[in-house]
Design a binder for this molecule. Structure first.
Ligand SMILES: Cc1cc2nc3c(=O)[nH]c(=O)nc-3n(C[C@H](O)[C@H](O)[C@H](O)COP(=O)(O)O)c2cc1C
Length: 251
């Protein structure tokens, strides 16, 4: 590919323009300027467990570490919703009582930033579905819907259950539907694990004891989480950095 074609391919990407911001200019193509000049896409891991730092957060950390290992140009950030008040009814126009706390608006700029190329949701399995915190959070995403502020960001999901087959895949599917409603590009994990995302067994549920389940014992589940991270990273790079010319190969 000639450098002219490469430049046009890179500049022609709407996603590239979006990630740089409308006022940004590119001085050189990646091949001319090297990696330092490239925009660094960011991938957020959002933990929807009401229990801070427990098994869902641990699984997301492993997922984000896999992303950094896949390609160091990608920035990652773990956001835990535990301890935040996110009233879901606001999505339906219900006005909060005076003084009632709402921690969702502070997250809006972070989620909708053009630099965010991917979002990975992690939720515990609660009776075969996502946590109520996760559902309330996703309902609040109605603010992004009209202006398609999350469209074309890459989405992935992992679920942690107390049982090996406790509804992780059902839960993942349920969350994926919400991501697709935002026109996000939803991916799962990659072979040899399959197929829809990170499916983690938290071992003996620690709900009653308050201790942290040891997810590291779930070798297959950890592999699915790492593969999910790699898939999200791969698609984030293709869609948000390389553009249609695919001029930057993943490291
Ligand atoms: C209300 C409730 C419902 C649950 N339902 C399921 C379930 O259907 N399937 C399952 O495998 N585990 C279920 N669990 C166990 C949690 O998914 C498991 O403990 C998980 O690891 C918790 O994530 P955390 O450590 O990040 O809080 C349930 C736990 C609670 C509190």
């Amino acid at each position: 590919m000639s450098s002219d074609l490469t430049r046009r391919g890179f500049l022609g990407s709407a996603a590239t323009v979006a990630i740089l911001g409308s006022g940004a200019t590119l001085a050189a193509t990646p091949s001319e300027a090297g990696h330092a000049a490239q925009p660094r896409p960011k991938i957020l891991g959002i933990c929807c467990s009401p229990r801070k730092g427990k098994s869902t957060a641990a699984a997301l950390s492993i997922c984000l570490d896999a992303i950094k290992a896949f390609d160091g140009r990608i920035e990652v950030e773990l956001i835990e919703l535990a301890g935040r008040k996110i009233p879901g009814e606001v999505a339906a126009g219900i006005v909060l009582e005076p003084g009632e706390r709402d921690d969702f608006p502070a997250l809006v700029p972070k989620l909708s930033s053009p630099m965010v190329a991917g979002i990975i949701l992690g939720t515990p399995v609660y009776f075969g579905n996502m946590s109520s915190l996760c559902k309330a959070f996703l309902d609040r995403w109605i603010v992004f819907h009209k202006d398609k502020l999350l469209a074309n960001k890459v989405g992935g999901v992992l679920a942690v259950g107390g049982a090996r087959n406790g509804g992780q895949e059902l839960t993942i599917r349920s969350v994926q539907v919400a991501l697709m409603s935002q026109q996000m590009i939803v991916v799962g994990d990659a072979p040899p694990t399959g197929h829809w995302g990170g499916t983690v067994w938290g071992g003996n549920p620690a709900v009653s004891t308050g201790s942290t389940p040891d997810i590291a014992r779930d070798v297959e589940g950890i592999a699915s989480v790492k593969n999910l991270g790699r898939r999200v990273a791969e698609m984030a790079l293709r869609l948000h950095v390389t553009g249609p010319g695919n001029v930057i190969k993943p490291q």
